[in-house]
Design a protein around this ligand. Structure first.
Ligand code: GDP
Ligand code: IMO
Ligand code: MG
Length: 423
């Protein structure tokens, strides 16, 4: 067993990119298994900040191989701009970044369909990142999609034209009119396809199988979060992929019994970007303070993230579904200065108090119930060991560990690589 999994337990943006970057030195391969450029994973070191969308967060390590698995959807245009931003780092991409031939491509018309679908929904919109994620996964499961390996085949342009024609018909269906200049979008797209071809396209399931056989260590990097999972998230306000542990099996072609540790990563509070229920959301000065100090703005879209207290009902659900073996708590530093810290431990419903996540978590169905713990005043961002933690912060950690029945092995106290404490 030599594959470890790292995934988000909330609504995304837990700090997955930072921790994958920190852990990469322990691994030979870092593999993304789902999602696409809707993700924004931020890494900070040496005074610089980098946001990755499709490229795995192990790319800055000198030797690790980074793999984009079959479960990922790739927009060649965004991918090309990611590569261009990394030029100053002199990364040997053809040696360090491989792409599964079975990964699906996001076409310009997928993005248009995403925009038209959202525009037609009005207030009921998902709050999609508008990167074409939903329509691309729809074509995948509808068996119409175009895969990375297909672009090497002689008939691929014909398949592209067929799919595009279908998409243009579909666009006519939507009420909300969107403006676009397809020839311009296509020119950029086909140029980016040529750039994509410079990287090795591989049978990634085979590569991973052999790597495991040779004793190599693999870390699978999740995108989004468990509550955005297509099956187990707050449907329909979710993304279109399996963000939970099962997604690593289907998104990389690995067997469940090859998985060793499942690292579940969460913020010391909670955030959500886009629409959908969020029981512990705050609309007051406390929420504003979290957003301001935590700099809670989307790494992909720049939208302000909604903020609220930690929700143990939702966290326990995510831990169960994923089989989490170790927890990592991020952004504890952001809570410094709150007089008391609230923790949601149950929901009040018409049927009484419950501690499991029910089918519907809209405000008319559940009211979050809290306990309160004393807060701490100290700035945590410069601490270098657990011994220096204020006693109230230790209490908070101990309470969460007891309730979640899982050890918290990493405590992150700032965005930088160095602001990471192992326990
Ligand atoms: P990801 O999508 O899960 O990789 O997370 P994002 O990069 O979208 O969002 C996490 C944000 O929090 C980024 O801006 C990080 O630089 C920042 N961050 C990560 N860990 C910490 C931490 O422990 N404390 C603080 N203050 N910021 C953090
Ligand atoms: P990372 O990997 C936070 C949200 C969107 C929207 C919903 C559907 O950085 O944690 P989509 O574009 O997938 O159709 O949007 O999911 N969303 C994310 N929220 N972090 C992400 O990724 C997200 N990826 C998608 O805001 O509500
Ligand atoms: Mg993010």
């Amino acid at each position: 067993m030599s594959i470890d999994l790292l995934l988000g337990l909330q609504w995304g943006d837990e700090g997955k990119g930072k921790i994958v970057d920190v852990l990469t030195k322990n691994y030979d391969i870092i593999a993304r298994f789902q999602g696409g450029p809707n993700a924004g994973h931020t890494l900070k070191f040496d005074g610089f900040s980098h946001v990755l969308h499709t490229i795995p967060s192990g790319i800055f390590h000198p030797t690790a191989l980074n793999l984009i698995g079959n479960g990922v959807v790739i927009d060649p245009v965004i991918f090309q701009s990611e590569i261009e931003k990394l030029i100053p780092f002199k990364i040997d991409f053809p040696k360090k970044l491989f792409i599964s031939k079975k990964a699906h491509l996001i076409l310009p018309t997928h993005r248009l369909l995403d925009a038209a679908s959202e525009a037609s929904k009005g207030k009921a919109k998902i709050g999609s990142t508008l990167k074409g994620i939903g329509p691309t996964y729809m074509d995948k499961t509808g068996r119409n999609g175009i895969r990375v390996g297909d672009i090497l085949l002689p008939d691929w342009k014909k398949r592209y034209e067929n799919l595009k024609t279908k998409h243009l018909k579909m666009l006519e269906y939507y009420q909300g009119k969107i403006e676009f200049d397809l020839p311009v979008l296509e020119e950029v797209f086909f140029n980016a396809i040529e750039e994509l071809k410079k990287l090795p396209f591989v049978d990634s399931e085979n590569l991973l199988h052999n790597a495991i056989k040779d004793g190599k260590k693999v870390l699978a990097e999740g995108a989004q979060g468990s509550l955005l999972d297509i099956d187990f998230g707050t449907y329909p306000f979710v993304t279109s992929s399996t963000t939970t542990a099962a997604g690593a099996c289907t998104g990389l072609g690995i067997a469940p019994n090859s998985i060793r540790e499942v690292f579940g990563i969460f913020k010391a509070y909670a955030t959500r970007v886009g629409s959908g229920p969020f029981p512990t959301e705050l609309f007051d000065a406390d929420g504003e303070r979290m957003g301001k100090i935590g700099m809670e703005f989307g790494a992909t879209t720049g939208r302000a993230r909604r903020c609220g207290w930690i929700d143990l009902v939702a966290l326990k659900y995510a831990i169960h579904i994923n089989g989490v073996t170790q927890l990592m708590m991020m952004k504890g530093d952001v809570l410094s200065g709150f007089k008391t810290i609230k923790i949601c431990t149950s929901y009040k419903t018409k049927e009484g108090s419950i501690e499991h996540l029910p089918f519907n978590i809209e405000p008319e169905h559940v009211t979050p119930m809290y306990i309160e713990l004393p807060g701490w005043k100290e700035d945590l961002t410069k601490l270098t060991s657990e011994e220096q933690f204020p006693k109230e912060f230790n209490n908070y950690i101990a309470y969460l560990e007891k309730e979640l029945e899982t050890p918290i092995k990493i405590v992150s106290l700032g965005p930088d690589r160095k602001q990471t404490i192992f326990r």
